[in-house]
Design a protein. Sequence first.
Length: 442
Amino acid sequence: MTTVEEQAKIQEQFKARMDENELLNCMRCGFCLPSCPTYIESGFKESHSPRGRIALMKAVVDGLFEPDDDFERSLDLCLGCRACEPVCPSGVNYGHLLEEARDIINQNKKHSLPARVVRKTVFEGLFPHQNRMRSLTGLLGFYQRSGLQTFARRIHFLGLLPENLATMEKVLPKVPTMKEMKNRPEHLPALGQQVHRVAFFSGCLMDTMFLKTNDATMKLLQLAGCEIVNPPSQTCCGALHGHSGEKSSAKELAKRNIAAFEDLQVDFIITNAGGCGAFLIEYDHLLKDDVEWKDRAKRFTEKIKDISEILVAVGFHEKVKLELPPQVITYQDSCHLKNVMKTESAPRILLQSIQGVKYQEMKDAGRCCGSAGIYNIIESESSMVMLDYKMTQVRATQATAIVTANPGCLLQMQLGIEKEGLSSKMRGVHIVDLLLEAVKQG
């Protein structure tokens, strides 16, 4: 519970730090409402809409509303999917307002001891350190390969966990060995005629738990004629920090990444995770007030490109034969890839170019699946409502594969498949893994 003293500090910081021009930019027209999952899921509660949240932020700035627990709860329930931004006629940067508001609240309230321990462990002790990410993933690998996983399931130990976490354990990917995680290539040549020299942003989770997807990404880039540089000094993108009120830490991670990539003399910096890409492409906003770094950040962001965009740009789908056994596939947009990076058509162009498959567009493919970083863990009930809606749309396509472009989305869709009892008929797959399958078949 936020104390009166904490509320006073928060209100003071809102007045000092919130962009009032951006707050006033909202015309209260309501165009955002049909695009907001939490507004719909809440039964059309105004305080759970982008327009309503902006109105509350403005009221706090003006001293008309106290930043109490209900205010904080309204912000916490936001997925941060930013589906409101593309439909806003005024171009309100809602995501920037949300991140600033969350940071102000987090920095000016005292968390409980357990919360402080968890936040310090995750944000400071784990994600900024790739060696620790590897060690944690290695423990998961030991659990999977040693027989502990089989034993835990046999004695129904997982029944002690909340239902969605127990189900999530079933859909975790088979993680690589510690040797595989440590033995990462720093440079790969183009296969065939070189058309670009690119750098690859490997990420933290993507280069541990989803390492095979990273390998597939680099193989596709090579086949597309790209020489690849994979700087070992890169680190976590900082998205989890930025979205969770740890903006200072996010800035430090951003600076480390800019320094790691800026002297590589590459045409593009390639990402394969929508959530990471969307945060990377806004480093210029994150560091806009830092005189030393703002121009460096701008140059960095100008090179960010999703893997699907570069493949389409070089005509990969026209040069390389892509083929799979007959099947129906559908695509679930990564919110941040679609709404922030503005990448919507490229994944569909690639999927529709695969011979032997029928591509079936899903209704509301761009609506958030409810993953949203760790939202499906900390706001499980709301997340599962959104997932249930998504799976209804998936069923209507009669697809046997749900293709995604973000690890969180992938795990969430696999969770939905498992919950619906469809694991024998349907799978979730990252787009680059499916494309590499199609290359091998072709």
